[in-house]
Write a protein that binds this ligand. Structure first.
Ligand code: MG
Length: 385
């Protein structure tokens, strides 16, 4: 049976039984291992840079749009609330949620695609793998090792996807480590599964908000989306005055609020039933079962329909595509310049024996605005007004 609200479930990850860190440390006197991970993530340079990285809209397009930082905070909020209701470990879901996008390039997914193209002959570029690389290697703030030396469980959650080739590469240097599950076909911890689902719930909701705010989506278009339309109808039924045009934003917020709550309660109920039925004895047993943290079938279908709508109407909107195409040009041209230049890379990257990887690491770490400034400095072109 799932425990009463507030207690830890038997299948929750236990920081006292962590599989440990790449570099052993003495336990902290007042913090558990996952709290310590969360703290290390919040204090990292990569975390601070998330504030100037694109989620969908470029940072300078408006002060109210989500950035990777506010997105990550929303993911952490949703994941923690659900974790508490299910008896999963809140500190671990928070750590994974706050770190999940650390490896994102400037200019969102478009930036990643451009960098992946640039790196095609040099091992490719993938943001989940890069997030792991940030916490394992690229943060350099400890005297005796690179990286911020997080626990296995947080690193496992950060590595959400991994190609078979990359999994074999990681497995070779870290046998039985965070890539093993991609070879064996097992699941990550329930906390990692939850952070992943909370990511989807968060962006589905906030991309509607940002899409409408930008003028690229309209409430009329959103009537095509059953998940949104149903809650909007219910909001109008309960609050008829929201039908007035001047109340459009309140109607949007109330509809999104109801949509978020419905998804959260659906995940809690479905997952609680799945955990009760599968009855994993401990966190490790849950890794050897199918995914237990999930939507019910109907909510899964509705969430997928919403994702499809956002893809077609927002992410592929000509105005978004036009902006991201310019972001991709910045990434491609910076890559070509740094790859050829004898210098031009900061010292911590310049000495690398693997120049393409060092260039990719440097560019991936850039904020949108730093990349634009650097591009303008090196090419004399200003791509954004
Ligand atoms: Mg995300």
């Amino acid at each position: 049976m799932t425990p009463i609200h507030g207690a830890l479930a038997a299948c929750a990850s236990d920081p006292a039984r962590t599989r440990g860190r790449l570099h052993p440390v003495t336990p902290a006197p007042t913090r558990n291992a996952f709290q310590r991970d969360r703290d290390r993530i919040v204090h990292s340079s990569a975390f601070r840079r998330l504030v100037y990285k694109t989620q969908v809209f470029l940072n300078h397009e408006g002060d109210l749009f989500r950035t990777r930082l506010t997105h990550s905070l929303e993911v952490a909020q949703l994941a923690r609330d659900i974790a508490r209701a299910l008896g999963l470990h809140e500190d671990l879901v928070e750590a994974v949620a706050l770190a999940h996008d650390l490896g994102h390039t400037p200019f969102g997914h478009a930036g990643q695609d451009a960098l992946n193209d640039c790196m095609r002959a040099h091992g490719g570029f993938e943001h989940n793998l890069q997030s792991l690389r940030v916490v394992d290697v690229l943060e350099r703030r400890y005297p005796e090792h690179d990286g911020i030396n997080l626990t296995f469980e947080t690193r496992e959650g950060i590595l959400k996807h991994c190609s078979p080739a990359n999994a074999r590469r990681i497995e070779a240097r870290e046998p039985g480590g965070v890539a093993r599950r991609f070879i064996e076909g097992t699941q990550p911890s329930l906390e990692a599964q939850l952070a992943n689902l909370a990511d989807e719930i968060a962006y589905n909701a906030h991309d509607i908000d940002d899409g409408v705010r930008s003028g690229l989506l309209t409430l009329a278009q959103l009537a095509e989306v059953p998940l949104f339309a149903g809650h909007q109808a219910a909001a109008l039924h309960d609050h008829p005055h929201l039908a007035k045009p001047a109340q459009g934003r309140r109607l949007l917020y109330e509809s999104i609020r109801r949509m978020l709550s419905a998804q959260v309660y659906d995940v809690i109920a479905t997952t609680r039933a799945a955990i009760d039925a599968a009855a994993p004895q401990d966190a490790d047993a849950a890794r050897h079962m199918g995914p237990l943290v999930r939507f019910g079938a109907d909510m899964r279908a509705q969430s997928t329909a919403l994702k499809r709508f956002l893809f077609a109407r927002l992410y592929r909107h000509p105005q978004v595509m036009e902006t991201t195409a310019r972001g991709q040009q910045v990434v491609r041209e910076l890559f070509a310049i740094y790859l050829d230049a004898a210098d031009g890379l900061p010292p911590e990257f310049a000495g690398s024996a693997d120049r393409p990887r060092a260039v990719a690491d440097y560019i991936a770490g850039m904020t949108d605005r730093f990349a634009l400034r650097e591009h303008e400095r090196l090419t004399g072109q200003r791509l954004f007004a």
